[in-house]
Design a protein around this ligand. Structure first.
Ligand SMILES: C[S@@+](CC[C@H](N)C(=O)[O-])C[C@H]1O[C@@H](n2cnc3c(N)ncnc32)[C@H](O)[C@@H]1O
Length: 393
């Protein structure tokens, strides 16, 4: 593909991504994969270049841009080679007109920037939310050690804070490696490893991962338990939860029981665990503002209404989780969001309604309300809020 054809492809993809975000359709990665599946003439260098241009345009756009062309034009203003690719050639975009609209630029739509401001994030912390994310893996302690993996993977470096984490060059095809296939490693951001470890899982305990999804943290907890004790992994999303069993098998985590819940009927479906768990992890559904580095177009999908619905779900899972904890047991609440509405305020509301519960200090992040926070600018991780809560005896 010529440089002009690559630019045109990025513009078309961005148009599709903007439309999909408005309609709640497929994510950018899926749209990019579909686009190239029907364009076999595009080689791997073309695909990589177009993908990079698409993501650079999304990161720089701020609020939803009027069009893919407006998003790319914003980048072209500071990139002569890109501006030159608007050459009017057969497969390229039309030449740039002087007064054409550009994407506004910035971190996010104005209402979200205001919410981030209110949540105490500085301009630098907000800007880092749309940086590029590093590629982190967690070493499976059931199968090997960090030192052994380091010896096999010469360009890996230990993550600064997570004891089982390694950082790899971006783009490393981890899932095609023998180490991954053999279950020795999992892809997991360092921040996710740190907040997952806040549950302080121990062998022999009875633990619940209430919002397990495909089991990223379930596998981490199972390994920390050394496959001893009981570990219940729940979710309301069948497709996600179904991905857990094969992952657990690959990682050699044998103690997991998966349980699909019906929304609104969680309590009755978990009656056998009521008041019995030593610990409950609540990795709650959230807006994902802390993971914009990986899904920058997610900030175009979020609306105040969606945020309200997420807040209601968070309050619900906190309440369901609390009912599972035994007297004196613990509950760890996590969101991969830096909005106080989803983190600090939720925990404050829980504590106001459950006055006998107390707060403990996790060993990660910066204190924030009753919890702690990790953010890309300060910690180099995805953004998280985590709070450790203790039930009365
Ligand atoms: C942040 S994701 C979990 C990610 C997962 N823990 C991991 O580490 O990969 C939140 C999950 O909560 C689930 N969820 C939403 N409402 C729920 C409910 N009422 N009970 C249990 N899970 C719920 C969603 O389906 C989603 O998979």
């Amino acid at each position: 593909m010529t440089p002009a054809a690559r630019t045109q492809a990025a513009i078309e993809l961005l148009d599709a991504i903007i439309a999909s975000a408005a309609a709640g359709g497929a994510a950018a990665d899926t749209l990019i994969a579909r686009y190239f599946a029907t364009r076999r003439y595009a080689g791997s260098k073309d695909r990589r270049a177009v993908r990079e241009l698409v993501y650079a345009a999304i990161r720089h756009a701020g609020p939803v841009p009027a069009s893919g062309r407006a998003a790319v034009l914003t980048l072209a203003d500071s990139d002569t080679a890109l501006a030159d690719s608007f050459d009017g050639s057969t497969h390229g975009p039309a030449p740039i007109e002087p007064a054409e609209p550009r994407a506004a630029g910035g971190v996010a739509p104005a209402w979200l920037v205001e919410a981030l401001d209110r949540s105490g994030l500085t301009e630098a912390q907000q800007a880092a939310l749309i940086d590029r994310a590093p590629l982190d893996i967690r070493v499976n302690s059931l199968a090997t050690t960090r030192e052994a993996v380091l010896a096999e993977w010469s360009d890996a470096v230990p993550t600064p804070r997570a004891p089982l984490g390694l950082r790899l060059p971006t783009g490393t095809p981890v899932e095609q490696s023998e180490l991954y296939r053999a279950g020795l490693i999992e892809v997991q951001d360092e921040g996710s490893q740190l907040v997952g470890a806040a549950l302080a899982a121990k062998p022999g305990e009875w633990l619940v991962d209430l919002c397990a999804g495909a089991g990223g943290k379930t596998l981490q907890i199972g390994a920390a338990m050394d496959n001893r004790g009981a570990l219940l992994a729940c979710d309301i999303d069948r497709a996600r939860l179904q991905r857990l069993a094969p992952r657990a098998e690959r990682a050699g985590v044998t103690i997991v029981e998966s349980r699909l819940l019906n929304p609104g009927r969680e309590r009755e479906m978990l009656a056998d665990w009521a008041g019995k768990a030593d610990g409950v992890l609540i990795d709650a559904p959230c807006s994902g503002t802390g993971t914009w580095r990986r899904n920058p177009e997610a900030r175009w999908r979020l609306t105040p209404d969606r945020l309200d619905r997420l807040r209601a779900m968070q309050a619900q899972v906190l309440s369901v989780g609390a009912g599972l904890v035994k007297p004196g047991g613990r509950m760890v609440y996590i969101v991969c969001s830096l909005l106080d509405a989803e983190g600090r305020d939720q925990v404050d509301a829980f504590l106001a309604a459950n006055r006998a519960w107390s707060v403990e200090t996790p060993t990660v992040g910066t204190p924030h309300g009753a919890g702690h926070r990790l953010d890309p600018a300060t910690h180099g991780t995805d953004g998280f809020f985590v709070a450790c809560l203790r039930a009365p005896c």
